[in-house]
Design a binder for this molecule. Sequence first.
Ligand code: SAM
Length: 255
Amino acid sequence: MKNVLIVGIGTGNPEHLTIQAINALNCADVLFIPTKGEAKAQLADIRRDIVSRYVTRPQSRVVEFAIPVRQTAERSYHQSVDQWHAAIARAYERLLLEELLDGEVGAFLVWGDPMLYDSTIRIIERVRALETVTFDYSVIPGITSIQALAASHRIPLNLVGKPVEITTGRRLAESFPEKTETAVVMLDGEQAFMAIDPEARIYWGAYLGTAQEIVISGRLGDVRDDILRTRADARARHGWIMDIYLLQKGRDFEE
Ligand SMILES: C[S@@+](CC[C@H](N)C(=O)[O-])C[C@H]1O[C@@H](n2cnc3c(N)ncnc32)[C@H](O)[C@@H]1O
């Protein structure tokens, strides 16, 4: 039987790795590192750095593989993601068939935590459903970008006794502020905060955990233009950006 470890590696700071994650990487015979093209080369570099810092097992091998690009033309969002996952599942299937021997352990280094806006677990389940390669797998948690954001701003995530919604830029308008007083927004390519009530508070962060980390917070109406400008400049300078923010209305102990 082959074994797969899906290891959360945190969001850019190599010190985000838990001892459990370091031990898992040191159990692996093969360390799978995804590459996402020139623009996101830094993300593969961070994974290489993690391997060279923590992996002490001389016989382990690193295998880099290209993540297929998501096609968006002439299909709905759901079709596009479904087809993309199918293509990644085929790539994983090939890795498990060709790069991992029977009885060996392979580790996928997953950004942040594998349960949060990441499809490695569901894609690994798709590979199992293909029934072309027999394997078992386990998941090792990691520090998420939500934790990194809250820590950098020194804030608790929720208001006392209140819920939090985690959503995407595309869906923000459906929930905040009518349905929830605290929303965490990820994967926002359209800067959805620009359309939100300027009285809300925002805690924004980009490249959290990395040397380029930027954080801005304040009354949305006061800081939103600054965030927009800072984001565009940083994106142009680095060629890529990952940002996340928390929006809040209301206060602790307010009903
Ligand atoms: C595909 S999701 C992966 C989330 C990841 N699994 C986690 O646990 O945070 C990518 C989104 O996570 C957020 N993100 C991940 N890493 C980040 C970082 N270092 N700084 C800011 N946002 C980050 C951004 O909203 C980005 O669009």
